[in-house]
Ligand binder design. Structure first.
Ligand code: GLC
Length: 729
């Protein structure tokens, strides 16, 4: 292994020559003599790493995966998987995120830059060992040491800034498989208007297409697609169509014909386009590991962009394979052979499995080939060996296509499969969860590890995708998603509808209040999101990132959001409250609605454990000591929000300060320093506060401070703002 070191002390260990994953954006490593920390064993075609764990070490990271914040005690895989059952026995979900941190006497972290499968046995087989099996011998390892925050920061600096969506993407988004025709989409938009509920986007799932063909629109169901886009635009609602990875095999379908003509699809071992089947039946997969193909596929989005579409979601891009021709043939043959036989325990289960295991099989992945673009030219590689790069590169193709269309406009992009290299191209949703309380908890626990992997713009299908949601679950879930950058309600075909007005009147009111509260939070969320991105920090962190006491390390169901607040979501059915742990004195803001702010719903709680009462429509937000939370007056679209009437809620023992970031929300001009900063300062002198607001954002004109002191008393201070600086944006 060759060893290198970067100026800020990151160690790099190189084994062989890794295929270009293009994850790392920094390249100032110089040779070093450092030795690798753990044990490393190279077998013929794989590599085993082994590290000793101390009894109390905590393992953070591994991005999108099952189980808790502390990953210790299970086996995980990094192998993008299309599996809708996110149960605790699973090892992988849709993303492959090879970054983790060991938090102990010494904190260290590791990123394994490798495109194939890696298995992590995190203290499961042997509770004192972290064993990692890399299915290959060509990889780079990056090793970090420092505080938890420093390790995340070093890693995130290495992979570059994450995807930044347009600001409207912080609004509420409504999805369903499917809003099947034009009138249904209009009816959904009208539903939001009729119920006076904020919304910024409505999604189109696969049924908008003609026979599930990418980049087509069904004329029967969407007779005037342009008119639909325009109508929604007038209402300031974005339409977000889905694009799947598989291109339907159909004569005269231009994407298919063009792809075949130019040899743009992944091939089989005979050099012919590999045939798989997904929604439309038989498809080919664009070979997006090839630069020319990426350009071709990315350009397919342009026709929609020209019509005024501003965002997409990319799906089934692990890639999901229902079956391949060979797989289906083998299975049918196997089933036929069982006809008339007396099936015993083994043969009966083999019969069942022969059909169940037909999808997403390794045999199929091993039968598919790419012509990958490398610095040495095109390289023929087997899909299995680079499996985790597929979803990443098909989404990158879209992003690169957007940039060719308009390089200073932020387009909206969500994808299902991902790899760390993709974090700069798109946001993610966490795939096909269920309307289960367990999946609300999983959503809470996954947010920090997604952020560590660079996925800041993320969220789950709120309310749950599969199965039927109860009103209570949708309310509780929204009470958490009100804080996640992606706030999307999505549900599967055949399940109970779950738009905010589909339950009873009381639930509609609660959901409206929560969604309005989300819009009030947008300035803070956006500000913390952008700062986390620019500075390489987390948006959601485990408590141990800010507090060093032993209890904070073990908390699995509370999160810090940005620098100022702590969240304590309720994730249990019929709960009327929950236990919370406070590592320091904090002020609880009991949210019922934005308007309820005037009743000063604040309570000082001291360090330690508490049981707090939270009725179904109540959310607790804890404001940390000497910290400030900024809110704005809610409106029904993000574009209508402005900073003219701000509210600052502060728990001020001595002094507090907050810088609110804002920018135009639509371009990349912020990278040239075009953003505004509003500085709020509060100083407490005996029982009086002095407040100041210094801003170059012209819209800021009045700020109401709710200031709570260390006795729990709340004072309201109003401040008018006189602008004396030119506006930057
Ligand atoms: C996949 C997606 C889901 C979508 C469905 C139909 O299951 O994960 O979000 O609704 O396909 O397109």
């Amino acid at each position: 292994m060759k060893t290198f070191i970067s100026p800020n002390g990151v160690r790099k260990f190189t084994s062989g020559k890794v295929l270009p994953t293009e994850t790392i954006t920094v390249n100032d490593f110089i040779p070093s003599v450092e030795k690798f920390k753990g044990s490393i064993t190279n077998n013929n075609d794989n590599t085993q790493l082994s590290f000793e764990l101390n009894r109390d070490d905590i393992i953070y990271g591994l991005g999108q995966n099952v189980r808790g914040i502390n990953k210790r005690g299970h086996i995980y895989e990094a192998f993008c998987s299309d599996d809708p059952n996110h149960t605790p026995d699973k090892k992988s979900l849709y993303g492959a995120h090879n970054f983790f941190i060991v938090h102990g006497a010494i904190n260290w972290g590791m990123y394994i830059d490798f495109p194939g499968k890696i298995t992590y046995d995190v203290g499961f087989t042997n509770s004192n060992l972290l064993d990692i099996l890399i299915e290959g011998v060509d990889f780079d390892i990056y090793y970090f040491e420092g505080t938890l925050k420093e390790i995340v920061n070093q890693f995130r600096t290495l992979i570059g800034q994450s995807y930044v969506p347009p600001k409207w993407a912080f609004g509420y988004q409504q999805c369903r498989w499917s809003y099947e025709d034009q009138s249904k989409v209009n009816a959904i938009a009208d539903g939001f208007e009729a119920h006076d509920i904020p919304v910024d986007a409505i999604y189109l799932d696969i049924d908008y297409m003609e026979d599930y063909k990418d980049f087509t629109v069904s004329e029967a169901r969407f007779p005037d697609f342009q008119a639909l886009i325009n109508t929604l635009k007038e209402k300031d609602i974005k339409l977000v169509p889905i694009i799947d990875a598989g291109v339907k095999i159909e004569k005269d379908y231009s994407v298919y014909e063009d792809g075949v003509k130019h040899n743009y699809f992944c091939n089989d071992n005979q050099g012919k386009p590999f045939v798989a089947a997904v929604w439309p039946g038989k498809v080919h997969f664009p070979d997006v590991l090839n630069k020319e193909v990426r350009e071709w596929f990315g350009n397919q989005y342009h026709a929609f962009l020209e019509m005024g579409i501003e965002g997409f979601w990319n799906d089934m891009n692990e890639p999901a394979i229902f079956y391949s021709e060979d797989g289906l043939k083998d299975a049918i043959e196997f089933v036929k052979n069982q006809e008339g036989k007396n099936l015993d325990i083994n043969t009966f289960f083999a019969l069942k499995d022969s059909i169940l295991n037909i999808s997403n099989s390794n045999k199929d992945y091993k039968s598919m080939y790419h012509r990958m673009t490398t610095e040495d030219g095109e390289l023929l590689v087997n899909h299995y060996d680079v499996h985790n790069l597929y979803g990443y590169n098909i989404t990158r193709a879209a992003d690169e296509g957007f940039k060719r269309f308009d390089d200073n406009k932020r387009f909206f992009m969500l994808t299902r499969a991902s790899h760390i290299g993709m974090a700069k191209h798109s946001g993610i949703w966490t795939g096909d969860n269920h309307s289960w309380w367990e999946h609300l908890k999983l959503n809470i626990q996954m947010m920090p590890s997604l952020g560590m992997a660079g996925f800041l713009y993320a969220g789950a299908d709120t309310g749950g995708f599969g199965f039927n949601a109860s009103a209570e679950l949708v309310v509780r879930w929204l009470e958490f998603s009100m804080f996640t950058p992606l706030l999307r309600n999505h549900s599967a075909m055949g399940t109970r509808v779950q738009e905010p007005w589909q339950f009873d009147d009381e639930t509609t009111k609660h959901l409206r209040d929560i969604i309005r509260m989300r819009y009030a939070l947008v300035p803070y969320l956006y500000s913390e999101f952008m700062k986390a991105n620019i500075n390489g920090n987390l948006l959601f962190s485990p408590l141990s990132f800010a507090f060093e006491d032993e209890q904070s390390k073990r908390v699995e169901d509370q999160l810090l959001l940005g620098d100022e607040i702590m969240l304590t979501p309720v994730y249990e059915q019929n709960a009327k409250g929950r236990y919370v742990y406070l590592p320091e004195d904090m002020v609880m803001y009991l949210i019922k609605s934005y308007e309820d702010l005037e009743s000063k719903p604040f309570e000082l709680l001291h360090k330690g454990y508490h049981h707090i009462e939270l009725d179904t429509h109540e959310t607790a937000v804890f404001i940390r000591k000497n910290k400030l939370l900024v809110l704005t007056k809610p409106h029904n679209r993000v574009s209508q929000l402005n900073n003219d009437e701000l509210v600052v809620i502060g728990f001020v023992e001595s002094a507090a300060e907050y810088n609110l970031y804002n920018d135009d929300g639509s371009s990349f001009d912020f990278r040239d320093g075009k953003f505004t900063k509003t500085n709020f300062k509060v100083v407490k002198e005996q029982s009086n506060y002095s407040v100041s607001v210094d801003t170059n954002d012209y819209s800021v004109s009045a700020v109401t401070f709710y200031l709570i002191d260390d006795l729990g008393d709340c004072q309201v201070v109003k401040q008018g703002i006189v602008q004396d600086k030119p506006k930057l944006v």
